[in-house]
Design a binder for this molecule. Structure first.
Ligand code: KIV
Ligand code: NA
Length: 266
């Protein structure tokens, strides 16, 4: 099977829903890849993999290492890598230097970056120079220190108008898809109608052109998840039970048995 392309995904506007999940490791990428259109190496690896309190401390080196692993583990989905905080906001030139490094070091086809009107010039700069970009507006976790938390956005008219303006700005600047995170459904629907590229919702609306979730949330790896997450499994419980069973068998010397041990030929 040939890998999907960015233009093929862009052409899905208003058509077959785009399926996107996060992946950070090669093995998980292998398992998710046949079912997805887009694998996102999200900077959510901060919390999911590294136990960090926010995405602010994530480095380009972390994103490159995990991005390369996900590309090695997939052959069907488009792989997009999040640009971490502080590696793209200062100027279009800074963004190009770092985004080109991400594509070179990982083999991924695209990057994602947070921000609306303020990032439009940068999005255009990257796209015109050969770097496909996914936009990300609404609740933008890298702005946590400005926003003061992770509450869904667009509750009042000012916020709603700003999110719509942000969506239009990065879409017109040329992003091939746009993540709408943590917004009132009315805004997600209006933005989806207003922009030419596919929108991908998370805590947004079923009427977006696609959906994304953090895989570990979807698998039930965490005790608490936000309301917009649907858990398709309860892996945390299953991992705990497996670890408990192993621990009990090691302590009782029930593991290993003859089946798991090697013997010299007689
Ligand atoms: O980092 C991430 O996982 C993301 C998605 C939730 C869109 O940006
Ligand atoms: Na992210």
């Amino acid at each position: 099977m040939k890998r999907l392309t960015v233009p093929a995904l862009q052409a899905r506007k208003g058509g077959e829903a785009i399926v996107m999940l996060t992946a950070y490791t090669a093995r998980m990428a292998q398992l998710l890849d046949p079912h997805c259109d887009l694998l996102l190496v999200g900077d959510s690896l901060a919390q999911v993999i590294y136990g960090l309190p926010s995405t602010i401390p994530v480095t380009l080196e972390m994103m490159c290492a995990h991005g390369a692993a996900v590309v090695r583990g997939s052959y069907h989905s488009v792989v997009a890598v999040d640009m971490p905080f502080g590696t793209y906001e200062a100027s279009p030139q800074q963004a190009f230097e770092n985004a080109s490094r991400v594509l070179k070091e990982t083999g991924a086809a695209a990057v994602k970056l947070e921000g609306g009107e303020a990032m439009a010039e940068t999005v255009e700069f990257l796209v015109k120079r050969g770097i496909p970009v996914i936009g990300h507006v609404g609740l933008t976790p890298q702005a946590v220190n400005v926003l003061g938390g992770y509450r869904a956005r667009g509750r009042d008219d000012n916020e709603a108008d700003k999110i719509l303006a942000d969506a239009k700005a990065v879409a017109e600047a040329g992003c091939f898809a746009l993540v709408l995170e943590g917004v009132m459904e009315e805004i997600a629907i209006e933005a989806t109608k207003a922009v030419a590229c596919p929108t991908i919702g998370i805590g947004a609306s079923a009427d977006c052109d696609g959906q994304v979730l953090v895989t570990d949330d979807m698998l039930g790896m965490f005790e608490r998840t936000p309301r917009f997450v649907k858990r398709y499994d309860d892996l945390a419980t299953r991992v705990s039970e497996a670890a408990a069973a192993y621990a009990a068998e090691v302590r009782s010397r029930a593991f290993p048995t003859a089946e798991q041990t090697y013997h010299r030929a007689k």
